[in-house]
Design a protein around this ligand. Sequence first.
Ligand code: C2E
Ligand code: CA
Ligand code: CA
Length: 632
Amino acid sequence: MEFTSFQELHRNISARLLKSVFLTSVILALITSSILITFDTVKTRKEMVSDAFQLLNQTQPVTGESSHQATRVINRLLSAPFVIQADFRLPDGDVLVQSTRKTVNSSPSWFTQIFLGKSINYQLSIAEPKGQLYGYLNLEINSDWYGSQLEWRSLVTLISGLALSLLLSTLLFLISPWLFNKQQLKSRLNHLFNSSEYDYVTRLPTERCIQKKLEQLIGASSDNQLSAVLCLGLDDFKPLRAELSFDDAEHTLIKVADRLRGILDEKHYLGRLGEDRFLIIMEQLEEPFKAAELAQKLITRIKQPFQINNKQLPINATVGITLFPEDSCDVDELIKQADFSMMLAKSRSQGRYQFYIASIDSEIRQKKRLEQDLHDALSHHELNLVYQPQVDYQSSLIVGVEVLLRWQHPEQGLILPADFIPMAENNLDIIPIGDWVLESACHQLHNWHQAGYPDLRISVNLSVIQLKDKNITNRIQYLLRKYNIPPHLLELEVTESSIMEDSQLASDQLQQIKALGIKLSLDDFGTGYSSLSYLKQFPFDKIKIDKSFIEGLPENKENSVIVDAIIQLGNSFGLPVIAEGVESGEQEQHLIQSGCHEGQGFLYGKPMSSSDLNSYLQSYSHSPHQPKSLQF
Ligand code: C2E
Ligand code: CA
Ligand code: CA
């Protein structure tokens, strides 16, 4: 069945739905009413038989062949209003006595006659000798006596059952648009059609069908026959889809499929893998480059804009190619490899093709596994924090600590943040992780304040993703209150690159955070596009010189000049400067002489656990680090 638009399909489904719901409910109503009526009938007939039996028991038994006695019994039975006729027969069948009521009000209706019957028969036998038959008693009954009530009850049961079924089916039909909104219906239909092997939007074979085709290909091919599996993915289709209406998005996919059909010929097999991915099987290749040629052709032709609803839509495609039997002889593997190569190509730059490379595949698989592990790291308590002291060069005191994240992986051991923070930023895991870091840092600082270091400050690294999170200010405010932290003792380190992406949003968020009284530090200063305008535009309280400039000080003249310039810049903006990565006395000396305010690095202490930092603080307060420049 072909549907030209989604609405038509929806209407068609609704009409069919109404018909089937209505029919089903009517059938169900008929079945349940019949069951109820049958029960009622059986009950009424039992009642009728028991009444007649009671009547018989009240009369004197007929013995022998006395017609006198039999007439008495028959007359007595006829006195009951529901008995029309009664006869007594001898065991050989001869009628001994028969009598009929003279006035019968009406003839019983067909309904009661069918359901309750017309007569009741008794075998008459005497007690001694046991069970000896002496006659038959037949009663013709006016079933209307019992049945008129039954008729009414049955009619009411039937009508109310049908009315209820009509009501329910109408109700169901009325709420069906709500139940079947477009997305749900689409996914149900997708499911329906996927299982039927053809995609309902593009009418292309689905993955199921593609798998079958590949199975045939693998089964039939001889050793030296080369085939290629190409996975074509549309670039940035998801954001485009969000902009388009539902119908326009579907229409675009149909047009893409049509264009692909136009490029390919009978040697190729085209299917849809799902969403914005198509799969092409190219059989009997002479050379692998033929697959590359086809991929390039597809990319170039897809690039030509699509005309959708009077709009020109530019769409790009990226292609991943895997070769059979070279790369794999397994159906699922081939599809996965083609898909993976397409994703790999996309991650480098879109609008190009990429052949499958096994080594990169395993590297990416490992990365993906690590990403999954990271997702569970917080709940599995595999993350922990270390603290690195920060020294004030004027007082030589430890004035702060920077909190740094560590991941103790159960198999791979210690993993440093550089290897997992970007991953966590990519899949937004940094939001719960960063939140946990913030809370743990505030908790720890509270403990240190209680333990006799009430002026100690803590610096927490804030990711760009956290900075974009609209809840961040409220969260920080809540933590400050919860752990009773004076706001100026919490410092957030933000890198230049993170504020560059969306500087307006970053600026607004930083202003709000700053309004809480929190200190803001510009981390890794000098590594990005350090621009004076950042210092003007953003409300920073401190500049942190990146450790790459401290390396090689003071011999490295270039670095010396940069460091001096940064310190000068800070001074002219009234911002104190902290240097990170201070490893030697010479570096420290240079920094102090240049007017740097604070230092952090292995010279003072490596990042350490909170308990090690406790001991460190204790021993440090007894013999503070004496900078070389201050030693005489
Ligand atoms: P960063 O903020 O620049 O942190 C300083 C890095 O320099 C730390 O590396 C620290 O261990 C290292 N370091 C400190 N002193 C020295 C030294 O004297 N010599 C040398 N060679 N290195 C030194 P780490 O802990 O591996 O952190 C790397 C980066 O990961 C951090 O750079 C920061 O950007 C990020 N990061 C760490 N923890 C967090 C966190 O909780 N949240 C977020 N968003 N990022 C974090
Ligand atoms: Ca930092
Ligand atoms: Ca840094």
